[in-house]
Design a protein around this ligand. Structure first.
Ligand SMILES: Nc1ncnc2c1ncn2[C@@H]1O[C@H](COP(=O)(O)OP(=O)(O)O)[C@@H](O)[C@H]1O
Ligand SMILES: [Mg+2]
Length: 259
């Protein structure tokens, strides 16, 4: 089966603010990254803070352009007309760490979830309301949340709303960037269980970016170890995680196995 997402030798460098306004030099953040993802696969990307994970996520979503290399989604090169159409239809979707910053505080829950549906589909108002109810139920929130504002619900509940919005237009791919990292441990567990359930129900193709290997082992069937913008190791079968060779990967694995 051909890949849903494909990265070929992708590189990106940024000019660091502290280097001054007239300094033309850039610091490499992503170095020659290649991998592909098939439909139905869930890939984990693990790396320390600052290793370039979120930048990689932004490149995949088309929010940033690579300096070198190519990214294909469903066979279409990024930024081409067909790719843009897929992007507009919300075939690529995302859930970020900062749920507070990713919603409009003046929107009610129903508006937050319903916005992409209203913009990107032709659903009637009545069908849209029904779809919002269905999505709320799917993420474990009852009807009483429909008319609430973000400040009237907890962080875990707001992240559920963001997940409902992310799946609202039946995306082909979802990127989760540290989606549970800001939540309390007990809430993290609940959200992970929800994501595992949704994954089964919707046969999601997803990338879970995290600095925490436990999150990744819970949800993913593949994992990429990422260090200084480079893939240092990839494991294509999560059950073979103990076979890691690279010293950095071993270190991360030991930290969760506790020896
Ligand atoms: N828009 C930007 N401009 C300049 N530097 C950036 C930008 N975005 C990220 N960086 C830098 O790139 C590096 C990797 O950042 P990031 O991708 O956020 O890492 P991670 O998500 O793994 O913590 C950091 O050193 C960060 O400061
Ligand atoms: Mg990040």
């Amino acid at each position: 089966m051909s890949a849903l997402l494909q990265l070929e030798n992708v590189s990106k460098a940024y000019r660091q603010p502290q280097q001054g306004l007239f300094n033309r030099q850039k610091t490499p953040v992503i170095n020659n990254v290649s991998f592909s993802l098939k439909q139905g696969e869930c890939l984990g990307i693990i790396g320390a803070s600052g290793s370039g994970k979120s930048t990689l996520g932004k490149l995949i979503l088309g929010l940033e352009k690579p300096d070198h290399g190519k990214i294909y989604f469903d066979g279409h090169e990024m930024q081409t007309r067909t790719w843009r159409k897929l992007q507009l239809q919300r075939q690529l979707s995302a859930v970020f760490q900062d749920y507070n910053a990713s919603v409009n505080p003046y929107f009610k829950v129903a508006q937050i979830i319903g916005e992409p549906i209203a913009i990107y589909t032709n659903m009637s108002k009545k069908d849209r309301q029904q779809r919002i109810e269905q999505l709320l139920e799917q993420v474990g929130l009852d009807h009483s949340f429909y008319h609430r504002f973000p400040h009237e619900i907890s962080g875990g509940q707001l992240q559920r709303v963001c997940i409902a919005r992310a799946i609202a237009c039946d995306p082909k791919f979802i990127l989760f960037d540290e989606a549970v990292s800001s939540l309390d441990i007990s809430v993290q567990t609940q959200i992970l269980a929800l994501l595992a359930e949704l994954q089964k129900q919707l046969n999601l193709t997803a990338i879970f970016i995290s600095h925490d290997l436990t999150t990744i082992t819970y949800l993913c069937n593949r994992v990429i170890f990422f260090q200084h913008g480079t893939i240092v190791e990839s494991i294509d079968d999560i059950t073979q995680l103990k076979q890691v060779q690279n010293s950095y990967s071993k270190q991360l694995l030991q930290s969760i196995l506790g020896f």
